[in-house]
Design a protein around this ligand. Structure first.
Ligand code: HEC
Length: 173
């Protein structure tokens, strides 16, 4: 009797866990946050990813990425990554771009030569305001593309990790 009960409880727990797991797969694979290095989350493959608490609190990188996206990318790609008449919706791009592809495009730029209108994604490899925050921008857009955060400014965010400030100071010089 006791054994049956315990087995029943175990099955119950397993079902709850699998129902709560994240089912989305994007350009970098499964975005589920697995490891945290002082508040910087990575997925099982080591790619930067978001971590959203059940009350909606976002990790610091997602929040910092929102701010940086607004200052560096919004003017072409539209608010919240939804795209504009000039540049594509990055919330869609994230569904197929891997972290390394994203990184290469942002650093090296992209030019659509086949289009009648000349569309140019500027190379930002020398721009510290972009490159020092590339993981944050990626994390934010990944969360947007996976529908883990909505439009607008995230209401609540985790505190800024000391390691973020240190990396920022070193990178910005
Ligand atoms: C001056 C306008 C402009 C700015 C600023 C800009 N982009 Fe772009 N971006 C473009 C255009 C135009 C394209 C499409 C280029 C093409 O298709 O060849 C593009 C393409 C991209 C792509 C490839 C999308 C895909 O589906 O292949 C990524 C990723 C991207 N931009 C990220 C960013 C990020 C991140 C920022 C901010 C750090 C940024 N861009 C800032 C204009 C801009």
């Amino acid at each position: 009797m006791r054994r049956t009960l315990r087995a029943g409880i175990c099955i119950g727990v397993a079902l709850t866990l699998s129902a709560g797991a994240y089912a989305v797969v994007d350009g970098s694979g499964d975005p589920t946050a697995v490891t945290s290095d002082e508040g910087k989350w990575t997925d099982k493959d080591g790619n930067p990813t978001f971590k959203i608490a059940s009350d909606g609190t976002v990790d610091w990188y997602t929040f910092a990425g929102f701010t940086r996206y607004n200052s560096e990318c919004l003017r072409c790609h539209g608010p919240d990554g939804v795209g504009s008449t000039y540049a594509p919706a990055l919330i869609d791009s994230m569904k197929h771009l891997s972290y390394s592809e994203f990184y290469a495009i942002v650093a090296g730029g992209k030019k659509d030569v086949s289009s009648s209108q000349e569309l140019v994604m500027p190379a930002s490899g020398e721009n510290r305001n972009v490159m020092c925050y590339i993981d944050s921008i990626y994390t934010y857009l990944r969360a947007r593309g996976d529908d883990a955060v909505g439009r607008g400014r995230p209401q609540q965010h985790a505190p800024k990790p000391a390691s973020f400030t240190k990396a920022e100071d070193e990178c910005m010089g």
